[in-house]
Design a protein around this ligand. Sequence first.
Ligand code: UDX
Ligand code: UDX
Ligand code: ADP
Length: 469
Amino acid sequence: MKIKNICCIGAGYVGGPTMAVLALKNPDINITIVDINEARIAAWNDNDLNNLPIYEPGLKEVVQEARGRNLFFSTEVEKAIDEAEMIFISVNTPTKTYGKGKGMAADLKYIELSARQIAKVATTDKIVVEKSTLPVRTAQAIKNILDHTGNGVKFQILSNPEFLAEGTAVQDLLNPDRVLIGGENSKEGNETINALVDIYATWIPKEQILTTNLWSSELSKLVANAFLAQRVSSINAISELCEVTGADVSEVSKAIGMDSRIGPKFLKASVGFGGSCFQKDILNLVYIAKSYGLNEVADYWEQVIIMNDHQKNRFAENIVSKLYNTVSGKKITFLGWAFKKDTNDTRESAAIYVADALLNEEAEITVYDPKVSEERIYEDLDYLNTRSPEENRRLLKVVMEPYHACEKAHAVAILTEWDEFVEYDWENIYTSVIKPAFVFDGRRILDGQFMKDIGFQYDAIGVSILNNI
Ligand code: UDX
Ligand code: UDX
Ligand code: ADP
């Protein structure tokens, strides 16, 4: 089975970069990415590649090469579905904000809508590929909808979860640790799996393309994210212990990471993990475990989220406590708003929650982030519904220049590990802030001794106050 036309529903952080790389590596396959969001599609089609809706290192170059050749962005969803033999579903699956499973379960309404639309339009057999992260057994629901509302054509379902991380999406897609493809255990199922294997095999060694049954594939994606998030919560838990015992979390990370059974990656203590996946996927795992009555399993994983919330809270509380127990009317500068460096994505970013906690204490916050727009920052805060949009705009300002952002600040807090923050002229910043000059490093990116030598009261996650005086 040779695929000639692919459609991808959803031109977001997953669909956009994934299909761009697929198109780059398969010039003989036509790939159309569709989205109902007209502004987003217009941005993907913008002649000026700096206006792409997503910032990812290396993405501009990939889009430039493939777009118009065999990669197309369109709002004509039905046309693209009709023409494709293979359809990727890459729509968003946020945590439910209403009804049963509110705050925990995945909201599958966009997935269901996509499945219904495919069923309505399809007049030829289709392979439907789940790309979005989904609860285990979603393929069953998709299959039911397709088989019972379709026009009698045959559908095969594959699960092909995406493991790319934002900020390194293009590199991750070009050199993935593995590609995972789950499918039905039947002759047709195997043929379908192979059709997708062939597409990836144009640039990925076959040994790294793993095929499993549908349920293992769906579950593995949730488990991979849960394990990664657990590592961050584990080291963050230790960071708090380091602060009271005189240990240094970076030294502990290094010492344990050299054990090959533990490994060195994903052991960086931080102000808390963010991003669209970790929290959502763990909540999802917890919800699934509970729904099968596996309460101990659910409680075990829920603790990862509890620890992460605690980490964000205690970062904010520490700022208040060090600033003599009041931040009311004090200017606090945030360097960084994105959930990690090299992305303009802010979903679930720790900065949002730290800001909210400090605004509750009547702080006045100024934010600088190299890639996040002012509009996005206000939307993030307004979404919490803690105070009115007017209040948010009165108390929090966004400044596009870092030195200006730091002027007359009572404290500078580092929320994202952008490389440029390390390169700043901190001596210059020291002269412009209010003394005592506090820096709260939520990412441990600055050299503590250097900062203290300048005169800063430097406070970093996971470093003991015992060594800090
Ligand atoms: C452990 C540490 O590995 C070692 O570094 C430390 O110095 C002492 O404690 P030990 O208890 O001797 O060593 O054995 P280990 O191989 O770590 O196994 C501990 C337990 O975990 C065993 O019961 C083992 O069966 C179990 N285990 C280990 C699993 O159930 N699954 C695994 O994947 C690994
Ligand atoms: C994650 C998974 O890594 C990826 O495989 C999956 O496809 C989607 O979810 P992403 O959320 O884009 O990717 O970024 P990731 O690099 O995993 O970082 C997530 C959060 O954890 C960030 O807020 C990051 O700052 C934080 N983090 C990560 C730490 O605090 N410490 C670490 O050591 C690593
Ligand atoms: P992710 O990080 O999973 O890629 P995003 O929110 O960035 O999530 O992207 C998902 C995209 O899917 C959004 O641009 C949204 O407009 C699009 N989308 C959601 N439902 C549909 C649908 N039924 N048809 C087409 N596009 C859709």
